[in-house]
Write a new protein. Structure first.
Length: 176
């Protein structure tokens, strides 16, 4: 084998090594992107769970119930709590909205966010809180929220004990 043949073999091996390195690098980038997506989803779910746990607190639950649909019963402290809870939700929705625009949140996850906003926008208290907090937001998120809030036509959810008992009885009868 001549020196020229050895150089050709060496060039081929070098090219193959570069190709293998590029494939490995592509796999690593893909795995890093996947890990980033998992981290983003985990953060979003953690925020959502934290908000729900906060709402389970007795004082926050009263503030939420009074702020959502019983303005005649709300105290100044509860109003402050309610507005703060709504603002936390608005920031959560804003973050999810911009994650979606940056393609960090997939369509299915964003549909869940939109469904949550629509559900909450059925409450006059939530819409009033948006009106109060609205000047703190901007850009495309402002348009998104304005659109969802304006399209809220369904009545608010009935969060009464009576409504829950009716729903419970209906579900219990299905399994009996």
């Amino acid at each position: 084998m001549s020196l020229s043949d050895l150089a050709s073999v060496g060039s081929f091996v070098s090219g193959f090594a570069v190709l293998t390195s590029l494939i490995y690098l592509a796999l690593q980038v893909r795995q890093t992107e996947r890990n980033q997506q998992i981290s983003i989803r985990h953060s979003r779910v953690s925020r959502t769970v934290e908000l729900h746990v906060a709402l389970a607190d007795h004082a926050a639950a009263d503030a939420w119930l009074h702020g959502s649909g019983s303005p005649q019963e709300i105290t100044q402290t509860e109003l402050s709590q309610y507005i703060s809870l709504c603002r936390a939700l608005f920031f959560h929705f804003e973050d999810s909205f911009y994650q979606r625009e940056e393609r960090l949140l997939n369509d299915a996850a964003f549909e869940t966010v939109v469904a949550g906003v629509r559900l909450l926008a059925r409450s006059p208290g939530f819409r009033a809180a948006w009106r109060i907090a609205r000047p703190n937001f901007g850009g495309r998120f402002l348009d998104f929220m304005d659109g969802v809030v304006a399209s809220a036509v369904e009545p608010p959810m009935d969060l009464s004990v009576e409504a829950w008992k009716v729903a419970f009885a209906s579900e219990a009868s299905r399994t009996s």
